[in-house]
Design a protein around this ligand. Structure first.
Ligand code: NCD
Length: 311
């Protein structure tokens, strides 16, 4: 296991090879009964994780904490930078150096793109990027890929539509990077002002990955195996007016799925939180997998923590 998993930090999904991804998914599969509380485990007894969250979070922070505790590890940290010394003007580099003296691993969420890399430069212990501004969110991608693998049997071979805020959405940046390691067909669905960044599109071109860009979900809905929806990232817009111009761009309803000849096995995913892009009546359909996707965050993060701590 160690042979295929040698990492100091988890900053970007691109740092993983396909073999390393497979190692995480295989171990995550074994972790499911432990994540569900059906089997005991104490692999991380005596280990301490520091959750440093400079931005709001529900799933990422709680699932890292849950993952740690299901393996008998413990957590320290803060969920609100207002209660940390950042409020007094402490630099991120100093906060990281201090936390690295307290904990065996640091999970960092920060509003600035590049924050996780900066933290990694200063940390004696592994840094896990739990979202850096509009940059990246590699562990979300791990659970997204794990969900695809479980729901569709394989990652390759799927036509995946990625919809919403592709400009500021860090989950879709990391997801696209990862999917380019597999044989998939990608369709990006966004308003023109929220298109996938040029450098990510260029990488797809370099790798010869089939991809198209459209503005409406309707244009491709019937062709998709997976529809990955995302929220418009209100907090990243330069002004409220800019946000209002594209807010409510997408609103998926059960009627749309019924009226269209959608794939029987269409899988709808969302990193959550949703705002208004998926109507609650979609939740009852067999297509909705976003709550299962969120639950998958625990076994996946358990696997990642175990691999990092044992490396
Ligand atoms: C995402 C994030 O923080 O980037 N949330 C998550 O971790 N599941 C998505 C979002 O905030 O829209």
């Amino acid at each position: 296991m160690k042979d295929v998993f040698e990492k100091d930090h988890i900053v970007r999904i691109k740092d993983f090879t396909r073999d390393e991804l497979t190692t995480v998914f295989d171990l995550a599969e074994e972790m499911i009964p432990i994540a569900e509380g059906k089997k005991k485990n104490n692999d991380l007894e005596g280990k301490l994780l520091a959750n440093l969250f400079f931005e709001p979070s529900t799933r990422t922070r709680l699932s890292f904490e849950g993952a740690m505790k299901r393996m008998a590890g413990r957590c320290i940290g803060f969920a609100e930078p207002g209660t940390s010394s950042a409020k007094k003007g402490e630099t991120l580099a100093d906060t990281i150096r201090v936390a690295a003296g307290y904990a065996d691993i640091i999970v960092l969420r920060h509003p600035h793109e590049g924050a996780a890399q900066l933290a990694a430069n200063f940390s004696e212990v592994p840094i896990i990027n739990a979202g850096d501004g509009a940059g990246r969110h590699p562990t979300q991608t791990l659970l997204d890929l794990f969900t695809i693998k479980r729901e569709m049997d394989s990652i390759s071979g799927n036509h995946i539509g990625i919809a919403g805020d592709l400009k500021y959405g860090r989950t879709v940046h990391s997801l696209t990077n990862a999917l380019s390691m597999y044989d998939t067909k990608l369709t990006f669905i966004s308003p023109p002002s929220l298109r996938m960044p040029e450098e990510i599109i260029d990488e797809l071109k370099d790798k010869g990955i089939h991809h198209t860009e459209v503005e409406e979900i309707d244009e491709v809905l019937e062709e998709l195996d997976i529809l990955y929806m995302t929220r418009i990232q209100r907090e990243r817009f330069p002004s409220e007016e800019d946000y209002e111009n594209v807010a409510r761009s997408y609103h998926l309803e059960n009627d749309m799925l019924r009226d269209r000849d959608v794939n029987e096995d269409l899988t709808i995913m969302h990193p959550l939180p949703r705002v208004d892009e998926i109507n609650a009546d979609v939740d009852m359909t067999p297509h909705a997998k976003y709550f299962q996707q969120a639950a998958n965050g625990v076994p996946v993060r358990m696997a990642l923590l175990k691999l990092l701590m044992e490396a």
